[in-house]
Ligand binder design. Sequence first.
Ligand code: FE2
Length: 161
Amino acid sequence: MAVETKKGFVEILRNLFVPYFSEREELLKILNENYSKEITIAKMMDEHAEIIPFDFLKDKLKKIAEEERKHAEKFKQKIAELGGSVNPSAKIYDVKTGSIHNEKGFRKLVADLEFDKEIYEDYISQINRIENEDVKKLLREIVEDEVRHKDVLMDIVMRLC
Ligand SMILES: [Fe+2]
């Protein structure tokens, strides 16, 4: 009886977690969300680079934006490999920068940093939950870039504050 109860419990846990992340549809949904976030942060960074008054810092931020776009491309490719399609109207995330005005764009850059951190944490959580090894590998590669981006963004923010 105890064994049966345990089996039942394991079954409940499995139903709670495993199918959610192992099913192709869910995987495609996650990849689509990641794609949208990468597109969004790339756009934010490009926009915010324009308000940085120093060219060398502007270029640093634009280079990161370019890498974020490459991440989006990689997600798009993975979605295609899994037989899915990219959401044609990528969701635009509401990032609270509109009400903050600062000529140096300091606060906007902090928002980039925060969003970058949120993305990083999402990917770490996904790596722990997703079963598909190919997707995990891709996420790990992208996480490495995000860690580096965080350092560069911190450096840019520190120089502007
Ligand atoms: Fe990225």
